[in-house]
Design a protein around this ligand. Structure first.
Ligand code: AHR
Length: 508
C-alpha cells in the first residue's frame, strides 16, 4: 500500500483554485470542450446492474426472507434497498449469467414451500428457488427499476421462454395470466428487455455462431413487444459478432458484449486489496481495454446495421479478482481502484453512445465489482457505489466532444495517460465534467480555460487499495469540492489516484 498524499495536499485539493496545491509537481493537462454533442444522449440504462443467483448475490445480500430479524419488506432487506434506491437502479438483469441457461422459471413460482431445490450447476451449492419471478418483480418495483430477464436458450425450449413472458405480461383470459393471479399478482408486470441466452459460446451451450444464430432467430420469433437481446461476444471473437449480425440482425434489437477487468490472467487473476503500483497500473490498463473492444464490435455492427438500430449492451462488465478462500462464490473486496475502473468505463460508455445504450455492472451486491457488501445484518457501501453516485448527473445528458492533452506515466511495462475525462451537458443546461487521475503517485492539474466556477465531489484516499469495511465504512467516501476560476480560467486539481466530478452552472 502506498501513501499517496498528505492531508494538507488533500485539503488544498478540496478548494481547487488556479494555484498548484500539492507539494509534488503536478502533471499538467489541458482540456478544451467542444460545443457540439459527441453522440446521442447517455441512456440512464448505461448505469444498469446485473444480479445472478450465485454466492451471496441474492440470498443474504438482498433477500433475507420475510421472517428474518433483519428489517425487510416482503423479504428484501431494507438497508440495501434504500441504498440502491438512493443511487438509482435504472435496470436489473436477472437471474444470470451462466445460471440463466440452467433456470426453469416454473421452479420459482407458486407456494414457496413446494418449490424444488436444484443444484446450482455453475456456482456450487443448491438453489432453493425461494426467490423467483414474483419476488424479483417485487424488487424491481421497490427499486423503481426496469426488468431485464435473461432467458434460457441453452437448456429449455422456446415455448418455455415465451410462456414465461406470457405469464408475466398477459392480461385478460389467458390461462397463464390466471395462474399468475392465483399466485398473488393481479396486474400484469411490465417487462422491457429479454435476453435470448447468455454466453452461448460458453456456459450457455458451447455453440458455434452459426448454430446460435439459427437458435436465436427461432427463440426471438416467439417474443413480442420486448427488446430482444442476442447474446454476443465475451472472448474477443470478431467472427462471432460478424456471424450473429449477418444471420440474426433482423431478429434482434440489441447484441451483448461481456468484458471483465483482470489484473493477471484467468488462472491467477490477482488480489482485490494489498496490491502494489504495478498491479494498479495493469488493472487500469485492462479496464481501458474495454474501449478497443467496444470500438471493434461497433465497427462490425456498422457494417451490417449502418443505421445503428441495434444497440450494443455491455451487460456484464467490471473487475474480477481471486476469491478469498472460504468466501462465498465470486466474493471480493472493492477498493479505490475499483471506483476508478468504474469511472474509466463510464467515460468510455459516454464516448460510444451511438451504440452503447445499456450496460450492467457485474454484479450488484456481494459478487465481483459490487455496489454493496453485506455480512449478516451489516452493510457497507463500496467505492464503486460512490463512483455511480458521483456520475448521476450524466444520466440523460448529451456527451460533448473534448480535446484533452495529457502527459503519460509509466509503471514497469505499463504506460497510461495521467488523466481521463468525460464531459456532458445536462438537459437543464449544466456542464458536467468527470476527471480521473490514473497516476497513483503524481497529482494532476487540468486547465480548462472556462470562466466559470465548479462544484462537485472528489473521491480519493491515502492508499491505492483503500476500501470500506464494516468497522470503517467511511474510509473511501466523496468529499465536496468548490473550484473558482483564476485569471486563466478554471483549473481543476486532482490528487493522485482520484476521481472528481463537478458541475458548472450555465454561462451567463
Ligand atoms: O458474472 C459471472 C459470470 O461471468 C456470469 O455468470 C457469466 O455470464 C460470465 O462468464
Amino acid at each position: 500500500m502506498k501513501q499517496l498524499l498528505s492531508l494538507a495536499a488533500l485539503s488544498c485539493a478540496l478548494v481547487a483554485t488556479t494555484a498548484p496545491a500539492q507539494a509534488a509537481p503536478a502533471a499538467q493537462a489541458r482540456l478544451d470542450l467542444g460545443q457540439d454533442a459527441a453522440g446521442p444522449a447517455i441512456e440512464p440504462a448505461v448505469y444498469g446492474h446485473f444480479v445472478e443467483h450465485l454466492g451471496a448475490g441474492v440470498y443474504g445480500g438482498l433477500w433475507v426472507g420475510p421472517e428474518s430479524a433483519i428489517p425487510n419488506t416482503r423479504g428484501w432487506r431494507n438497508d440495501v434497498v434504500q441504498a440502491l434506491r438512493q443511487v438509482g437502479i435504472p435496470v436489473m438483469r436477472w437471474p444470470g449469467g451462466c445460471f440463466a441457461d440452467d433456470y426453469d422459471w416454473r421452479d420459482g413460482i407458486g407456494d414457496p414451500a413446494k418449490r424444488p431445490v436444484r443444484v446450482n450447476r455453475w456456482w456450487g451449492g443448491t438453489e432453493s428457488n425461494r426467490v423467483g419471478t414474483h419476488e424479483f418483480m417485487d424488487l424491481v418495483e421497490q427499486l423503481g427499476s426496469e426488468a431485464y430477464l435473461a432467458g434460457n436458450m441453452g437448456s429449455m425450449p422456446p415455448r418455455a421462454l415465451s410462456q414465461w413472458l406470457e405469464y408475466m405480461t398477459a392480461d385478460g383470459a389467458s390461462t397463464l395470466a390466471e395462474e399468475r393471479r392465483r399466485n398473488g399478482r393481479e396486474q400484469p408486470w411490465k417487462v422491457k428487455y429479454v435476453g435470448v441466452g447468455n454466453e452461448s459460446w460458453g456456459c450457455g451451450g458451447n455453440m458455434r455462431g452459426e448454430y446460435q444464430s439459427d437458435l436465436h432467430n427461432r427463440y426471438a420469433t416467439f417474443l413480442n413487444q420486448v427488446v430482444r437481446v442476442a447474446s454476443g461476444d465475451g472472448e474477443g471473437n470478431d467472427q462471432l459478432v460478424d456471424v450473429l449480425m449477418a444471420r440474426s440482425g433482423k431478429h434482434m434489437d440489441a447484441l451483448t458484449l461481456h468484458y471483465y477487468t483482470i489484473p493477471g490472467d484467468w488462472s491467477a487473476k490477482g488480489a482485490a486489496t494489498g496490491f502494489d503500483a504495478t498491479a494498479w497500473a495493469r488493472t487500469l490498463k485492462s479496464a481501458m481495454g474495454i474501449e478497443g473492444r467496444i470500438a471493434a464490435v461497433s465497427r462490425i455492427m456498422d457494417k451490417h446495421d449502418p443505421q445503428r438500430r441495434i444497440g450494443l449492451y455491455v451487460d456484464e462488465w467490471g473487475s474480477w479478482y481471486d476469491t478469498p478462500p472460504g468466501a462465498p462464490a465470486l466474493h471480493q473486496q472493492n477498493s479505490l481502484r475499483d471506483a476508478l475502473i468504474a469511472a474509466l468505463s463510464f467515460n468510455v460508455f459516454h464516448r460510444h453512445t451511438d451504440r452503447v445504450r445499456m450496460t450492467n455492472i457485474a454484479q450488484m451486491v456481494n459478487v465481483l465489482q459490487a455496489m454493496v457488501l453485506t455480512d449478516g445484518p451489516s452493510m457497507v457501501l463500496t467505492p464503486t457505489y460512490h463512483a455511480f453516485d458521483l456520475y448521476r448527473p450524466f444520466r440523460g445528458a448529451a456527451p460533448l466532444r473534448v480535446a484533452l492533452k495529457t502527459p503519460h506515466f509509466r509503471i514497469g511495462d505499463v504506460e497510461l495517460p495521467s488523466v481521463d475525462v468525460s464531459a456532458a451537458r445536462t438537459p437543464d443546461g449544466q456542464l458536467v465534467l468527470a476527471l480521473v487521475n490514473l497516476d497513483p503517485k503524481q497529482p494532476a492539474q487540468v486547465a480548462t480555460g472556462l470562466k466559470r466556477a465548479a462544484r462537485g465531489r472528489l473521491l480519493t484516499a491515502s492508499a491505492i487499495d483503500a476500501h470500506n469495511t464494516f468497522a470503517q465504512p467511511r474510509a473511501v467516501v466523496p468529499v465536496p469540492v468548490d473550484a473558482k476560476p483564476g485569471k486563466d480560467g478554471l483549473t481543476l486539481q486532482l490528487p493522485p489516484a482520484s476521481l472528481l466530478v463537478v458541475t458548472l452552472a450555465p454561462a451567463p
